[in-house]
Design a protein around this ligand. Structure first.
Ligand code: JFZ
Length: 437
């Protein structure tokens, strides 16, 4: 046996051991840990699905749902011309809704870059009459107004031939039956991520989606995650893969469910005790603009979802799908502004809090911050609310909205609050418990 063969094996073995180590050994940087805490403090974000698909008013899956060919879909950018797009109006709306961050589709499953990408001409500047980069304008406006900007990035691609072998959502759309998977990941995707993390100032993070299309593929995650954290250590990696979090990931996100729930049918019940949590949902029933969807959630419903998320130690990322011309449906606007008005009064019980010590129930949830527990009474009509015991002594209780005192009794069996009868318009009665040492 030659002497070089064992050496080759040994080298391979060391290499494998090192990559395994790198994977299990992810140590978030101090900036990253700080960003995670700030993320948890923000609580409420605006999700935006906007792309050339918006033109057809039939949701962001229209390419797939109508089984269009690549040649047919290539016509769409020709008439995407959002002359009413106004970054200032979008960011101001998020602000007036009490939202602290925006997560926008930099590219969805159609692979179309909504930014000025040099990696491929399948992008808004090269292919549309608009010719400009809305993400650049949005990033600048977000920095001006103090809103964090996150980029949704689809790993799944229905357009690029190098997304091959294709995944579960494939249909014969005219692409060749061959392609270079490694080039797709290492050159195309990592190239675009590098653009997003170097040309738009400090970015909140990358919200990944689409891995579920090829669950068994090698996505070169370690490489991509390392690249992101190297370019911007504070950028949070938020994967919507519906699995147990992997090393390198910074937030666990749940689609259309609270952490640990699985009414949607595709979420994992595993809830990380270390990572910040997020729950995404949409204001009507679609993510991208759908002209036939008028199923708007009421402002009160949006507030209750936000509170239920906060009580479960989670953020809420609430989606809107703007029109193709760049305007935002007035039905979204009025509801979001009403949520903002509610938060202007009750925000103390939401921002900067963590899930409270009392388990959530049908009656409501608790949040906590410093020496306060906020009892959010969402559905309870009886005059007394009996809660399980907590370890701290409750020294006083008052209603958050008008500071009026609330009668409280605490004994070994729990904490009993005497509630004023709910008023008709009351979305959430917030009782503040002040704790002794
Ligand atoms: C994904 C996208 O497909 C969708 O368009 C939207 O962007 C949403 C926020 O994220 O939705 C999914 C992802 C995975 C499944 C279902 C919907 N799944 O695994 O069944």
């Amino acid at each position: 046996m030659s002497k070089t063969l064992p050496a080759v094996f040994l080298t391979a073995l060391i290499f494998l051991a090192l990559t395994a180590l790198a994977q299990s050994d992810y140590q978030p940087s101090p900036e990253n840990l700080q960003a995670r805490r700030e993320f948890q403090d923000m609580k409420f974000g605006m999700f935006i699905h906007w792309g050339v698909y918006s033109v057809l008013g039939d949701g962001e899956w229209v390419f797939h749902n109508r089984k269009l060919t690549v040649d047919e879909y290539n016509r769409l950018p020709l008439f995407f011309d959002p002359e009413k797009f106004d970054a200032h109006a979008w960011v101001s709306l998020a602000k007036s809704a009490g939202m602290k961050y925006i997560t926008i589709t930099s590219r969805h499953h159609d692979g179309f870059a909504m930014f000025d990408s040099k990696v491929s001409d399948w992008n808004i500047v090269a292919r549309t009459p608009y010719k400009r980069d809305p993400l650049k304008m949005l990033a600048e406006e977000c920095h001006r107004q103090g809103i964090k900007l996150f980029f949704y990035y689809s790993q799944l691609d229905w357009h690029n031939p190098d997304y091959y072998p294709r995944g579960a959502t494939n249909w014969p759309n005219g692409r060749p039956d061959h392609g270079d998977w490694n080039a797709y990941l290492d050159t195309y995707m990592d190239g675009q991520l590098t653009e997003l993390l170097t040309r738009y100032g400090p970015v909140g993070g990358i919200w990944f989606d689409g891995m579920w299309d090829k669950p068994d593929a090698d996505w070169h995650l370690e490489k991509t995650y390392a690249l992101i954290h190297q370019l911007q250590p504070a950028a949070l990696i938020i994967p919507n893969h519906h699995q147990t979090p992997r090393p390198g990931e910074d937030v666990q996100t749940f689609e259309r469910d609270l952490p640990g729930q699985n009414t949607a049918g595709f979420n994992t019940r595993y809830v990380s005790r270390q990572l910040p949590l997020e729950s995404s949902d949409t204001l009507n029933d679609n993510w991208g603009f759908n002209i036939g969807d008028s199923q708007y959630k009421s402002a009160a419903e949006l507030v209750r979802r936000l509170i239920r998320a906060a009580g479960n130690n989670s953020n809420l990322l609430m989606n809107i799908g703007p029109y193709p011309n760049g305007e935002i449906d007035p039905q979204f606007v009025t509801r979001l502004q009403a949520v903002g008005e509610w938060l202007a009064k009750y925000g103390d019980s939401v921002y900067g809090t963590r899930g409270g010590p009392i388990p959530a129930g049908d009656w409501g949830v608790t949040t906590e911050k410093a020496d306060k527990i906020y009892v959010h009474v969402l559905a309870w009509n009886a005059p007394l609310l009996a809660l399980p015991p907590i370890s701290n002594k409750v020294t006083s209780a008052h209603s958050l909205v008008d500071n009026s005192g609330v009668e409280v009794t605490q004994n070994a069996d729990g904490v009993i609050l005497k509630l004023a009868p709910p008023k008709n318009d009351e979305t959430d009665r917030v009782i503040v418990l002040t704790l002794g040492r």
